[in-house]
Design a binder for this molecule. Structure first.
Ligand SMILES: Nc1ncnc2c1ncn2[C@@H]1O[C@H](COP(=O)(O)OP(=O)(O)OP(=O)(O)O)[C@@H](O)[C@H]1O
Ligand SMILES: CC(=O)N[C@H]1[C@@H]2OC[C@@H](O2)[C@@H](O)[C@@H]1O[C@H](C)C(=O)O
Length: 373
């Protein structure tokens, strides 16, 4: 029997595609790993089409005919991912054939690691067909199969890129959900976990009351007063004091959860927004002090780094620790996650592990992801 030799050489150029909990869109990054440290060659943001966002939001809870709806949404996502790839490559002509693979996170519609599953949709086979580039997807399932949370996965990438020989750093990604990576200097154990909501509740509340997709710069939150009674209720959610390994998502932090906490309280909507911003800031600061005792510097990434009011509260709560964006470390905060999934695809093609068992709680290191060659 003759085996076809692979037509595509294993180059050092990878694409990472991230569409996260916020459902704002697709971050696409073209990354060159040839020089040892990853170089961002090109980046593109593809907004999520409104109808697809609504379909994906509806799929976050059980509903009628959800297998069919999820499959159609997965196909629509593949088309959107392919558009993101085309736009990305349009800025870097001639690179298509040099791309070894696309690392595609997919869209999380359920995350229940304690029940043994996590579901990211996005038809990876169709994306491979549409782009003619191999696609690596389903990065979390193997870690969950090994007893882990399947999340967060970015700490391994943060460790390779942002760790310092002397300074003890913490990296905080503020997406829909916020996650922390604790990076001791030298070769101490890297840890990480989800601290709780990042922007997900802020986005949901402003969408309900002002029909905006997000609270630009946190200006609406800054116009309200933090309500201590509500804040205490929100912070009494057991997730915040649960020990790592832990991960969460829209499965727990959604508007119906908020509505339950609001029962019996009649507050102006801007005060609720102010309290939600304080919840994000307090839960991140609490997690940092509780689990990253020796932290000396904090670096932010994800869309929350653009929320000036949130960044100010974090700076105040984390003082005297200096708080800066990952841009100070050479990678713009908007592209860290997409670059991480490019790296995870590279790890997969090189048969190298992508998880950190000390973070996810998996029983060992695992090669993550399924390949559509
Ligand atoms: N100018 C801004 N002001 C305030 N918030 C902003 C701004 N720009 C982006 N954001 C917030 O950042 C969010 C997007 O962040 P990001 O892309 O990091 O999330 P994600 O990748 O979807 O989430 P996750 O990391 O949980 O998977 C938006 O939904 C919004 O809440
Ligand atoms: C199940 C899932 O999609 N989790 C996401 C989400 O978004 C932020 C946080 O919750 C993190 O745990 C994870 O994403 C990043 C990319 C991670 O795995 O590191």
């Amino acid at each position: 029997m003759m085996f076809r030799t692979p037509v595509r050489p294993l180059t050092d150029l990878y694409i990472g595609l991230m569409s996260g909990t916020s459902l704002d869109g697709i971050d696409a990054a073209l990354v060159d790993f040839g020089s040892g440290s990853p170089q961002l060659v090109a980046a593109h943001f593809e907004p999520m089409p409104d109808t697809l966002r609504a379909d994906l939001l509806a799929l976050q809870q059980p509903g009628e005919n959800e297998l069919h709806r999820a499959s159609l949404a997965a196909n629509a996502l593949a088309l959107a991912y392919a558009r993101a790839v085309e736009e990305l490559l349009a800025h870097s002509s001639g690179k298509r054939r040099a791309v070894a693979a696309i690392g595609c996170h997919g869209q999380t519609i359920r995350h229940q690691p304690d029940s043994g599953y996590t579901v990211q949709i996005g038809n990876a086979a169709l994306l491979a067909e549409l782009t003619a580039i191999p696609v690596v997807s389903d990065f979390r399932s193997r870690d969950v199969a090994a007893g882990g949370q399947g999340a967060p996965l970015v700490p391994a990438f943060h460790s390779g890129l942002f760790r310092d020989a002397q300074m003890h750093r913490v990296v905080v990604n503020i997406g829909g959900i916020a996650n922390l990576t604790d990076l001791p200097p030298g070769d101490g154990t890297v840890t990480g976990f989800d601290s709780g909501p990042g922007n997900v509740l802020l986005d949901g509340w402003i969408a309900r009351h002002r029909h905006a997709q997000y609270d630009a710069n946190g200006d609406w939150a800054a116009s309200g007063q933090v309500n201590q009674a509500l804040l205490d209720r929100l912070l009494s959610e057991p997730y915040f004091n649960a020990p790592p390994p832990k991960s969460t998502g829209r499965d727990l932090f959604h508007l119906a959860w908020l509505d339950q906490q609001l029962s019996g309280l009649a507050l102006p909507p801007e005060d609720i927004q102010a309290t939600l911003l304080e919840l994000t800031a307090r839960s991140i600061a609490h997690a940092t002090f509780q689990h990253c005792h020796a932290a000396e510097e904090v670096y932010l990434c994800g869309g929350g780094a653009r929320n000036g009011a949130l960044v100010q509260r974090l700076q105040a709560l984390l003082a005297p620790l200096p708080v800066a964006s990952t841009e100070a470390l050479g990678l713009h905060p908007d592209w860290v996650e997409a670059c991480a999934f490019a790296w995870l695809a590279r790890q997969r093609l090189h048969h190298l592990p992508g998880n950190l068992p000390a973070v996810t709680g998996a029983k060992g290191e695992c090669v993550l992801g399924a390949v559509h060659a």
